[in-house]
Design a protein around this ligand. Sequence first.
Ligand SMILES: [Zn+2]
Length: 228
Amino acid sequence: MRRQPLRDAQELLVLFSPQGRFDCVSRISVKRTGLLEPLTCIVAHLRLGRSLPVLQEVGLERTFPEILSDFDRLELAGYLLNLWVEAFPSQSDSVDPYRLLRLSLDSLEAGLEPVWLVTWTELQVMRLLGGAPQTRRCLRCGAQSPGWFSVEAGGALCGGCRSSGCVQVDGSVLEWLAFLQRASLLKLAAAQPAAAAVMAGRKLMASWVRQVFPRLARFGGVHANPGH
Ligand SMILES: [Zn+2]
């Protein structure tokens, strides 16, 4: 996910594995292997080191040539890697975060609409963290067709329950977010949402993610102008 030079021709690598995040030290020459760029799936053999594990051998599992050759998709992939660093900062017993990252990158590589995909991925990340927004009913009184949304409050609100800081949202936007929360990627690929709902949903989730992970605010450009 990341590389950072250390002393003596060593590098600090941040890997994301089925057991969560691993930081390790590498002495493997990048020129020799070419495999340690961010956004590369590798099979890594680590051995215990003095403080951090040491990368001993590395084999290529897959690359993402389509993402690497398309600036928009590359920017989104970079955003997703940073979202993972923020959202899953340590080792973990669950393989779900790794599976979700692979699924998202594979789908981005395969050409699924990037703006749909990134919103879908953000909602799935929030679901894994146990903090997905409430979209189908007012989160205070349970009324149907809520009509308003508040990032601070945690989702949709009806006119009677809305507070300051709410934004008015069309029902189609909340329906789109509710769909994304429960849709498989197969269903997502076959979706036919209205462009306006997609863009408004993107904006809501962007501010949601920025509130949960303030350090991702520097990716504002990705959210403000997806260009699709
Ligand atoms: Zn209400």
